[in-house]
Design a binder for this molecule. Sequence first.
Ligand code: FAD
Length: 434
Amino acid sequence: MAWDFETDPEFQEQLDWINDFVREEIEPLDFIITSPYDLNDPVRNDIIRPLQKQVQERELWACHLGPDLGGPGYGQVKLALMNEILGRARCASTVFGTQAPDTGNSEILAHFGTSEQKEQFLEPLLRNEIVSCYSMTEPQGGADPKVFATTATQDGDEWVINGEKWFSSNARYSTFLIVMVITDPDNPPYQQQSMFLVPTDTPGVNIMRNVGLGYESEADDHGSHAYIRYENVRVPKENLLGPRGGGFIVAQTRLGGGRIHHAMRTSGRVQRIFDMMCERAISRTTQGELLSKKQMVQEMIADSWLEMEMFRLLVLRTAWRIDRYQDYKKVRKDISGVKAAMPGVYRNIATRALQIHGSLGVSWEMPFTKEVMESFHMGLADGPTEVHKVQVARRVLDDYVPCDDLFPSMHLPKQREAALAKYADVLERHLETL
Ligand SMILES: Cc1cc2nc3c(=O)[nH]c(=O)nc-3n(C[C@H](O)[C@H](O)[C@H](O)COP(=O)(O)OP(=O)(O)OC[C@H]3O[C@@H](n4cnc5c(N)ncnc54)[C@H](O)[C@@H]3O)c2cc1C
């Protein structure tokens, strides 16, 4: 029997350790560390470096990678079970060496990078000695990469990049950016763009402003999504990452893993919010009875549990299919499905938790307004929900054939006629008794 919902005891031990470690050592850091990506923050380094060492000693470092790159090569199912624990705390991915966007960036460097690129960019990235940024979205549009206008033109042994990028997360902390630009405007649309590795301190990389999310304060200047103008940025021709004109292929390789990892962490995040909702429901009274006795509150708990469990199973099955087929193309429908389901489940549960906490729920003394906003983040980063739904629908419909008759193939009169024909002899024999 191949279906199995149990974790093997040896790995369960690791998960139990991760669970305690995240709760005891990492969850408190969300109150101490401004950004786990800021390698210039001495407090961050003093606390996070020793924790990373413990993770490495336990052989749990960079579990998204295979042994050739210093990870244990666990595969996606084990990673999903781990990531749902790590999703509970903002700094946890960094402590375990699985933080976005460095994970996706390291995957494409491992896949497409030359040995020099791997030495210069990948190796220090995997050791978290540096952090990276993925710079693709442009101010005039992110969901449709065909409207991108940033270009690179060749000048001798160099490429010269000009244009603007928007919402390039962590650019301010990064040592290098992976930038998608038009190199071959005369090619068909999906073969016009290429990826470049651009050291962030290259002259002409101008961060115009660092944009924050709605729940962050402009005055704190912690915005981490950069609006960047690339002005005559020169990089050597060796900094082309992957094939010229192959930017879309590189982007797809990167995003497949990134999307499912976001979903795994969201599964854990949602579980944490759900726990808060349940605790409040059985603790707070109104009109002489607990909130948990109110049927509409019970409905919120039941709906949340169902959505959370369905989502978790979809994430785990998708992870299993990635391991099974080792080919992201074969699981694009599943990954898009998970990506499309994620913001809704997250938002519904965060909203219900907020509501059950009443005025406390909307206040800054509970995390729910931030969580609701984060659910929108999950519905935008790596492509909007609508685009993923379109992918799901297209791929689902690929498996169907049209019925060329006026009435559908499952039209009841047709089926009845076929059934009567199939059993005509039996019916004939029993004609008298019927
Ligand atoms: C927190 C966060 C971090 C991010 N980090 C990065 C990063 O590091 N690097 C990077 O390059 N980008 C990053 N992005 C940008 C992200 O990839 C884009 O926001 C996303 O691709 C959508 O692009 P857009 O914001 O320009 O929206 P638009 O392209 O303007 O789309 C706006 C809305 O239009 C609708 N829409 C769009 N297309 C369709 C369609 N085909 N069918 C139906 N409706 C549609 C959707 O509702 C969509 O939300 C990040 C975004 C967020 C929110």
